[in-house]
Ligand binder design. Structure first.
Ligand code: HEM
Length: 576
């Protein structure tokens, strides 16, 4: 037996105290103790890690089993393998079509398995409204979609976005739309200038023209009109679109695919975009500071000023809103770039669809033109108030948004608690809920037999009867063409004949989502798109260039409306 064994310290502390009190025992040097000690410490650490990882795994397995047991009651096709329907979903490449077939067989609430994760799809409008109201979270995505970094406004957790959503929505819906012009006149001038310069050469590519309009409208909304005269605006547009056209590739990776060369190219573009965004932000801030200093010097109280200057600066108040909500660990440009991407892509896509629809339906285009003349009553002034009275035009915007929703699937999740629906169905917490918007938007039971056709009249009702008007009832709409004003009662020529139904009253109208996470830009987008359309139609007829697409008529398959072809369009100046 070792002579010093009886006094061998067990912990490092006792060892150090022992060393201080008495000289080291010659038979056991300090090193062997330290070696022994580090072995024991490593063992303890490994054991603790093993127990912690096992506990976490067991907890996760227990949660999955519970989720599995709760979801098992929801109807759906049996899971073919351990991986569930994952391969079916990825092989078909058309989740909406797959959900359509499953809904047809199993009813309005169905379940598929994505590995151990249940995906619950809902197709009934009443249930959809309930779920979109109560399920406030979204499942976290990889966040690599645009490589924006932490982006507060589009964060999955409702708690994190709630405040920012509310105040931005207030700015957009109340303050901004109260202004005379939802889209600054300067944006409209820029667009007209582009048409003038391009039309000398011939035809315009519809999608790139719409992209340009969307970019200017959203840029001016966020940064103010100073955005339009910013010297780097063209490079910014090019970069933004280069990144935006590539998102799906990077969105599919859970970790950044650093081993791919394309990723680094994407990374460099994204860094350049971020630098440019910071540049425009400081450009706007400086402009704003200069203007408010000038106000102070001149003793101007902005609240009581209603001039063009006020309009010029008003747009960039959204920037202050963003500033106020940024937390310390958030990337400063994340939310702004998020809105830039989302706003530009959605607004330009909807605008593109509207141009094509009205170019394909010249009769409707003419009716809108008559409506514009009637509402403006000879004046060229198109303010927001006037545009809100253009019911056919607004109905065309709604119908275009309905037929080709930009988000074919809405997703939600309830992180905290199960959802007990009024019908008695319980949706388990942490499952992924999806709404196949395209299926709902093309459902004949909800929208009638012409669900897949372009019929803006479905959003209009006769003033006295308030019933939906379908294509067959078109004769009823002749009065819209002539805009006869009934004597004495109502001097508003359009409202006297027809009323525009609020599309959001219909739970199946979901191009902007619905409920607690609905799009906060809906009102702004509709009004600004309608204003841009009315400004164009006031001066030009929009025509499709013959032969620019093989088949200009859009098609539908069983479940899904196919994207519209992208034709070349011509702007034919109207005779005055
Ligand atoms: C035609 C234009 C637009 C369309 C079709 C559109 C559509 C959508 C859709 C479908 C959603 C998801 C809603 C849901 O899950 O229920 C959404 C979310 C959102 N939209 Fe839009 N959007 C448009 C324009 C805009 C604009 C101009 C802004 C801002 C200025 C904006 C801001 C947002 C924000 C912040 C969210 C996230 C809401 C959240 O997660 O809480 N959108 N949008």
């Amino acid at each position: 037996m070792d002579a010093c064994d009886h006094s061998r310290p067990y912990t490092l502390l006792i060892f150090l105290i022992g060393r201080l009190r008495s000289p080291p025992c010659p038979a056991s040097d300090g090193w062997s103790f330290l070696r022994d000690y580090s072995d024991r410490a490593t063992n303890v650490f490994l054991w603790i890690s093993l127990i912690a990882v096992t506990a976490l795994l067991l907890k996760r397995i227990a949660e999955l089993l519970l989720l599995w047991a709760r979801s098992a009651r929801i109807p759906g096709p049996p899971s073919p393998s351990f991986f569930g329907h994952t391969s079916l979903v990825s092989c078909s490449g058309d989740l909406t079509g797959l959900l359509g077939r499953v809904h047809e067989k199993y009813g309005p609430v169905v379940k598929l398995w994505l590995g151990p994760q249940p995906l619950i799809s809902l197709k009934d409008p009443t249930l959809i409204r309930e779920v979109l109201k109560d399920a406030k979270d979204k499942l976290p995505s990889t966040g690599w979609a645009f490589g924006l970094g932490r982006c507060g406004l589009f964060s999955p957790s409702f708690k994190k976005v709630q405040k920012m959503r509310e105040s931005l929505a207030m700015q957009l819906n109340d303050k901004l739309l109260d202004r005379a012009h939802a889209v600054p006149l300067k944006v409209i001038d820029c667009v007209m200038e582009r048409i003038r310069s391009t039309m000398d050469k011939g035809y315009l590519d519809c999608s790139s023209f719409s992209q340009h309009m969307g970019f200017y409208a959203i840029g001016a909304l966020i940064f103010g009109e100073g955005f339009l005269s910013w010297p780097k605006v063209a490079i910014y547009e090019e970069l933004l679109m280069m990144i935006a056209n590539n998102p799906r590739l990077w969105a599919s990776y859970n970790i950044p695919p650093v081993w791919k060369r394309g990723f680094w190219r994407y990374w460099r573009l994204r860094m350049r975009l971020r630098t440019l965004t910071q540049d425009i932000i400081s450009h706007c801030r400086t402009g704003k500071k200069i203007s408010s200093q000038a106000d102070q010097r001149l003793g101007v109280d902005r609240k009581h000023v209603n001039t063009d200057v006020d309009d010029v600066m008003a747009g960039s108040f959204l920037l202050e809103e963003f500033d106020g909500h940024l937390s310390l660990n958030e990337e400063p440009c994340g939310s702004i770039m998020g809105v830039m991407f989302h706003g530009c892509l959605t607004v330009s896509a909807l605008f593109n669809d509207i141009l094509i629809w009205i170019a394909l339906h010249l009769d409707i285009q003419e009716k809108i033109y008559s409506e514009i003349l009637a509402v403006c009553n000879g004046s060229a002034e198109l303010d927001s108030h006037n545009v809100q009275r253009m019911h056919i035009l607004l109905a065309v915007v709604y119908e275009s948004a309905r037929l080709l929703p930009r988000r074919p699937l809405l997703q939600r999740c309830s992180l905290g608690h199960d959802l007990n629906l009024k019908t008695g169905v319980t949706l388990p917490a942490k499952a992924l809920y999806v709404i196949p918007v395209q299926l709902v938007h093309t459902d004949n039971i909800i929208w009638g037999d012409d669900a897949c056709q372009f019929n803006p009249y479905r959003f209009l009702s006769k003033d006295d009867r308030h019933t939906d008007i379908s294509l067959e009832d078109k004769s009823d709409l002749e009065s819209v063409k002539s805009f006869t004003v009934p004597s004495g009662r109502n001097k508003d020529p359009v409202n006297s004949s027809f009323v525009l139904n609020d599309p959001n009253d219909n739970a199946a109208f979901l191009p902007f989502g619905s409920g607690s996470r609905a799009c906060i830009g809906q009102r702004f987008s509709i009004l600004s798109i309608a204003t841009l359309c009315a400004s164009l139609l006031q001066l030009y007829e929009i025509r499709i260039q013959p032969g620019s697409v093989d088949n200009p008529k859009p098609t539908t398959n069983t479940w899904v409306f196919q994207p519209l072809p992208t034709p070349k369009i011509a702007f034919v100046r109207r005779a005055r």
